[in-house]
Structure formats: C-alpha cells, structure tokens
Design a binder for this molecule. Structure first.
Ligand code: FES
Length: 173
C-alpha cells in the first residue's frame, strides 16, 4: 500500500519523538515499536528505518519483529476497522470460518487494509462476551453470533449507509 507524503512525514516525526525517550539498548526496541503502533495505529516502513538507525540494527531485523508479532500492523487502519474475535469460545464456534468470510468479501488478508482504505481486517483475543460467540467488532461495536450470511448483511448495511452519505453530500453541494 502506497503511503501519502503526509503519512510518511507523520511516521518519521512520530518515530523520532518516541525514540527521544529511549536509549539505544536493544531491549527498548519492542517497547519503541509498540509506542509507535499506539500512536500511528501501525508501524510503516519509514518508521522502521528510523528505528533501525536509532538502534543500529538492519531494517530487515526490525521488519522481522514487526511481522512476527500479531500486535503490529504494517498498513494504516481502515476507516472501518473489522476485528474478528479468535478467542477460544469464538474459535470453537467457527471464528475461522467468519474470518475467511471477511477475507473473501473484503478481498484482503488479516492485518491488511483495502486499497480504498475503507476497511481493515484484524484478529483480536477474547473481547469478553463469549456467550455471544462468534463475535466480530466493527469500529468497536460488537456483532454477536456472526455467520457468513451475517457478514454479507453487515456489509450490505454499510453500503446502504455509504450511499446515503454520498447522496446527502451531493445534495449539500
Ligand atoms: S472468545 Fe470471543 S468473545 Fe470470548
């Protein structure tokens, strides 16, 4: 995914600011990346370069860490953040099937953002409502007992809302 110039600048500025609180000990590398992720919502390539330089390691080493841990994203989160619960109860009740439905419908993999930046897809650990499994969060709103058909329905509802918004924007202009 191509970043805009503003995103690249934000990545570099945020990373430099975060790094100003850390020494160059390697043990600080992961906490640094976590803080960058918290602030930007992802760890983009320009941030990895700045971090690699600070800790005097190869960029590929930073990249390996970011891709190894599920908690890190490489792409900016979408306008709508879809998170599929993969805790034990949701997993037992077909969480993987629900994840596959979202992947297929959004045409992205887990951890990715759609080209139009409307949706990102992630997995989350138990969100605390196991009796409602399998659960999907969309922008932190919980959707219970999700089925592949419900995935279709949720996307259809989203499309209707978007059409309404576009129509309203057209009328306002
Ligand atoms: S495992 Fe999904 S809500 Fe608990």
């Amino acid at each position: 995914m191509k970043l805009t110039n503003e995103e690249k600048t934000a990545a570099i500025e945020t990373s430099l600011r975060v790094l100003s609180n850390y020494n160059q000990e390697k043990g600080s590398l992961i906490p640094t990346l976590q803080q960058i992720q918290n602030e930007l919502g992802y760890v983009p390539s320009p941030a990895m370069e700045v971090v690699a330089e600070h800790f005097n390691v190869m960029k590929v080493d930073v990249y390996s860490i970011v891709t190894f841990y599920n908690q890190f994203r490489l792409t900016p989160p979408g306008k709508n953040q879809v998170k599929v619960c993969m805790g034990t109860a949701c997993h037992m009740r077909g969480g993987n099937i629900i994840m596959d439905s979202w992947k297929r419908r959004l045409e992205i993999d887990c951890g990715e953002t759609s080209e139009d930046r409307e949706f990102s897809l992630d997995r989350v650990a138990c969100v605390g409502c196991c009796t409602q499994a399998p659960v999907t969060l969309i922008n932190d709103e919980i959707h219970a007992k999700v089925t592949p058909t419900r995935v279709e329905g949720l996307l259809y509802a989203y499309q209707l809302d978007k059409d309404k918004e576009n129509k309203k924007a057209g009328e306002d202009n």
